[in-house]
Ligand binder design. Structure first.
Ligand code: NPW
Ligand code: ADP
Ligand code: K
Length: 475
């Protein structure tokens, strides 16, 4: 799924509308919205006729969509109460709802909130600034307390459409009905969690001339794109990963990174990390070799801690003209510029350090931060976290890996993730694909398992998941 910024959406809408807005797009939006609302009512209440719906209406076209859709429901026998919560509601929409028999009420005249089967959030759309006025936030909170499910029009009011930030009060929707194209807030946490199920209504926008802001992968695309070995592939065709991770202080990072590379399907793994990790690796992964030699992808940096020769280790690996993954402490030892065949895998704190900004700035606008990371270093950058973003230097579109459950984030998960990415990189795939595939595999594996697993066990399950996909493709 691709997402486009507000500026792009406005441009797409203008192109679709022509010089004059004759209301056609709003009617398409409202028709699609009304159909989803009717489906929700049927699913939740068992029928459409006679149900009770509350519509929260703001001052712009978002409220217009909501009112026109509500008029369609009113004509089907739904009892609609619309309440103007902000500014002056869309005049034609209001007239249409009244003509269809809907009631327009003040907040003070609302029925007990738990009488409503559904609420429609038509407060703010792509013209909204983040946050909600206190009285609107209060009403939204009371609806949540009364367990009234909310269907958001275009986006949950209060979130930042382009960044996914939620700096103040915002709606939490069960379903969001968006028009034409998805917006970044639908795909980026924390706004994504407030979007609920996303339904896209076609209103006839032609996106072919726009570069998307985001390109989000789904499970089927991951399985299709995985570097499945050919029948003739030997270990060198699958790729050799050289792991230089861990330290005497953090031997586990070297072990977990190696688990990732082995279970991500590398043809061979050479471990050149600390002595203290080797006995455990030998006991659990006897296929790993300790002799230095040629590799097709490097993996460096996880668990290094303070490493006196870190600059030299990274410089030597880069000079070998083989791609690589540079993680965690290793990122601080990077040269000024890296080739885009190298992948940096920072979490928000590490990316903030790289950019010389506060962690909160990365968290508030992760898209801008991950792009800045790629621009600054020349490398491909995977920003880890609840939403995993991949940016390439000189490429506008940021890719989004398949998301997973939040319990994936624990000490060592990043180390195994580095190993998974390095295994894909060693197979000859470009760094951005290695990043998306590794991150998606880890997330999807975690999502398919009922409980939290330590990272090295999750790495083993990644191999099971690859095996299951392989069997589905070769019945
Ligand atoms: N364009 C099209 O062709 C189509 C558009 N469509 C629909 O239109 C929606 C966009 O409509 P829109 O541009 O009217 O903006 P919308 O978000 O409804 O409201 C902006 C108003 O809110 C106000 N305001 C903002 N933030 C605020 C805050 N925090 N607290 C308080 N007030 C705040 C702001 O005030 P101001 O900035 O002037 O202060 C302004 O008055 C879009 O999401 C989709 O649903 C569809 O029909 C398909 C075709
Ligand atoms: N809320 C979350 N939801 C899903 N995955 C997450 C979440 N938080 C972190 N992760 C994932 O967990 C891993 C943690 O990486 P990192 O912070 O580098 O851990 P460490 O350095 O301890 O190995 C990454 O793969 C990251 O994407
Ligand atoms: K809305």
């Amino acid at each position: 799924m691709q997402a486009f910024t507000v500026e792009q959406v406005r441009r797409l809408e203008r192109a679709a509308m022509g010089p004059q807005d004759d209301g056609t797009l709003m009617q398409r939006a409202a028709a699609g919205l009304a159909a989803v609302l009717a489906d929700e009512l049927r699913t939740r209440a068992g029928h459409v006729y006679g149900t009770h719906v509350l519509v929260l209406v703001g001052p712009g076209n978002n409220g217009g969509d909501a009112l026109w859709a509500a008029a369609r429901l009113a004509r089907r026998g739904v009892r609609v109460d619309a309440v103007g919560v902000l500014g002056t509601p869309h005049a034609e929409g209001l007239a249409a709802l009244r003509a269809a028999g809907g009631r327009v009420v003040g907040t003070e005249a609302l029925a007990a909130l738990d009488a409503y089967d559904l609420a429609v959030d038509g407060v703010l759309g792509i013209g909204g600034r983040p946050g909600l006025p206190d009285d609107v936030a209060d009403l939204v909170g009371r609806l949540a307390d009364a367990c009234v499910p909310v269907v958001a029009v275009d986006l949950p009011s209060g979130v930042a459409a382009d960044t996914g930030a939620v700096p103040g009060a915002a709606v939490s929707a069960a379903v969001t009905v968006t028009f034409g194209v998805a917006k970044p807030c639908h795909l980026l946490e924390p706004a994504r969690a407030r979007t609920g199920r996303l339904v896209l209504v076609d209103i006839g926008l032609d996106t072919s001339a726009e570069e998307p802001e985001l390109d989000a992968w789904d499970a089927a695309r991951v399985a299709d794109a995985w570097p499945w070995p050919a029948r003739s592939s030997d270990k060198y065709a699958k790729g050799v990963v050289g792991v230089d991770c861990g330290s005497e202080t953090y031997p586990g990072a070297g072990i977990m990174a190696t688990y990732g590379a082995v279970h991500g399907g590398a043809g061979m793994v050479r471990f050149v990390g600390p002595e203290s990790a080797r006995a455990t690796i030998t006991a659990n992964l006897p296929d790993v070799v300790f002799a230095p030699g040629r590799v097709q992808a490097h993996l460096l940096g996880s668990g290094w801690g303070e490493r006196a020769d870190g600059d030299r280790a990274v410089a030597d690996a880069v000079a070998s003209e083989v791609p690589g993954v540079l993680d965690a402490d290793g990122i601080g030892h990077r040269p000024d510029r890296l080739p885009d065949s190298w992948l940096l895998t920072p979490h928000a704190g590490e990316l903030a350090r790289l950019l010389g900004i506060e962690r909160s700035e990365v968290e508030d606008d992760p898209l801008a931060a991950v792009r800045a990371g790629a621009g600054r270093t020349g490398a491909t950058v995977l920003l880890k976290g609840a939403t995993q973003l991949v940016a390439r230097p000189g490429v506008r579109t940021v890719e989004v890996a398949v998301p997973g459950p939040s319990w994936t984030g624990r000490a060592g998960s990043g180390d195994t993730l580095g190993g998974l990415c390095a295994a894909v990189l060693a197979s000859g795939r470009p760094a951005h694909e290695a990043a998306v595939l590794g991150a998606s595999l880890q997330a999807q594996t975690a999502a398919a398992h009922p409980g939290p697993l330590p990272p090295h066990v999750l790495a083993e399950r990644c191999a099971d998941r690859l095996g299951a996909w392989w069997q589905e493709r070769h019945p």
